[in-house]
Ligand binder design. Structure first.
Ligand SMILES: Nc1nc2c(c(=O)[nH]1)N[C@H]1C(S)=C(S)[C@@H](COP(=O)(O)O)O[C@H]1N2
Ligand SMILES: [Mo]
Length: 301
C-alpha cells in the first residue's frame, strides 16, 4: 500500500474529541460569545475522557464465545490458550500466509489510544487501549488495491470456548470493514489495556477496535484476516439483518428497531450511573464523516 492517505495525522489531531474540545474551550473561554456556549454544551454532553477503571472494562463484557451474560467472559475466558497464536492473512494480499502473533508484534508500533466505546445495546465506557494501526498490518501483508473490504474471523475452539458448544451464533464470529475504514488511522488492533496485556475476556491476544462504530464491529481474538472485493456478511447482520447492518456507525438519529440510540448509559458509577447523549459517530465525526459523504445513513445502518 504505497498510499496511506491519512498517515500524516499528528498526535494532537487524534486526541479524542472531548479532551480536544475542552482544551479549545479553555482557550475560547477567555472570549465570551455564542460559539463558546455551543462548545461547552457539546463538551458537557460527555465530559472529559476519563477512562473507566480496569474492573469495569474487564468484568462487564460481550464475548458470546464464552456465554451471553456480561460476566461470563471474565468467568470462563481464562481457559483460552493465546500463546502460541497464529493469524492467517489471505485473499488479495501480496504476502499471504500464517503469521505468528509474535512475528506481527515484532513489526508493529504499539501506542496508547483512549477511545470511547459504545455498544449497540446503549451502554458505553472509555477504554485506554494499547495497540497498533490496522493499516500497518495490512501494509505488512501487502494488501492489494483490488481489495475493497477486509473480513475478520474469530477463533473457533469449542474445547476452550464454552459458549461455542451452543449454536447462539453460526461460529466463527465474523466481521468486516470497507478498505477505507480499515486504513483509517483511528482503526486499531488492540493488544493491551492500561499498559497491560489484553485480558482474554477483552479479546486476547489481538482484537479490532473501531471507535466510531457499535461495539460488535470490534471483533475479538482474531485468527484470520482476508482482503476481499466482496462486502463480508458480519455475524450480527447474519443473525438479524433488519436490526444490525454492515456499517453499524454510531448514530443518535437512527434508532435500533427496538430501542432508542439517542442516549447511552455510562458503565460504572454505581448508583450515580447516568445516561448521556450519544454523539454522532461516537464523537469522532470530524475524523470520519467524510468516509460516508453522500450516503443515506438510515439505509446503510
Ligand atoms: N468474537 C467476538 N467478538 C466480539 C463479540 C463477541 O461476542 N464475539 N462481542 C462484540 C460486542 S457486542 C461488543 S459490545 C464488544 C465488547 O468488547 P469488550 O467486552 O472488550 O468491552 O466486543 C465485540 N466483539
Ligand atoms: Mo455490543
Amino acid at each position: 500500500m504505497a498510499h496511506r492517505w491519512t498517515n500524516n495525522l499528528t498526535h494532537e489531531e487524534i486526541t479524542p474529541e472531548p479532551l480536544f474540545m475542552n482544551r479549545r474551550q479553555l482557550i475560547a473561554g477567555a472570549a465570551a460569545g455564542a460559539a463558546v456556549a455551543g462548545l461547552s454544551t457539546r463538551a458537557d454532553a460527555q465530559e472529559a475522557l476519563e477512562p473507566n477503571p480496569w474492573e469495569d472494562i474487564t468484568q462487564y463484557n460481550n464475548f458470546y464465545e464464552f456465554g451471553t451474560g456480561k460476566t461470563d467472559p471474565a468467568a470462563y475466558a481464562g481457559a483460552l490458550t493465546t500463546d502460541p497464536w497464529t493469524v492467517t492473512i489471505d485473499g488479495l494480499v501480496e504476502k499471504p500466509g500464517e503469521y505468528s502473533f509474535k512475528d506481527i508484534m515484532a513489526e508493529m508500533t504499539v501506542e496508547e489510544r483512549i477511545y470511547r466505546f459504545r455498544c449497540v445495546e446503549a451502554w458505553s465506557m472509555v477504554i485506554p487501549w494499547n495497540g497498533f494501526e490496522l493499516a500497518d498490518l495490512l501494509e505488512m501483508a501487502g494488501a492489494q488495491p483490488e481489495g475493497k473490504f477486509v473480513r475478520f474471523e474469530t477463533l473457533y475452539r469449542p474445547e476452550e470456548m464454552v459458549g461455542q458448544k451452543y449454536r447462539t451464533i453460526d461460529w466463527p464470529y465474523v466481521e468486516g470493514l470497507r478498505m477505507d475504514e480499515a486504513l483509517h488511522p483511528l482503526t486499531i488492533m488492540a493488544t493491551g489495556i492500561y499498559g497491560k496485556t489484553i485480558p482474554n475476556q477483552n479479546g486476547a491476544p489481538m482484537r479490532l477496535v473501531v471507535p466510531w462504530k457499535y461495539g460488535f464491529k470490534s471483533i475479538k481474538s482474531i485468527v484470520r484476516i482476508t482482503v476481499t472485493d466482496e462486502e463480508p456478511v458480519n455475524t450480527w447482520q447474519d443473525l438479524q439483518a433488519s436490526e444490525y447492518g454492515f456499517y453499524a456507525n454510531v448514530n443518535p438519529e437512527v434508532d435500533h428497531p427496538r430501542w432508542s440510540q439517542a442516549t447511552e448509559r455510562k458503565v460504572g458509577g454505581g448508583l450515580f450511573s447516568k445516561r448521556v447523549p450519544t454523539l454522532m459517530f461516537n464523537g469522532y465525526e470530524e475524523e470520519v464523516a467524510s468516509l460516508y459523504e453522500g450516503m443515506d445513513l438510515r439505509k446503510y445502518y
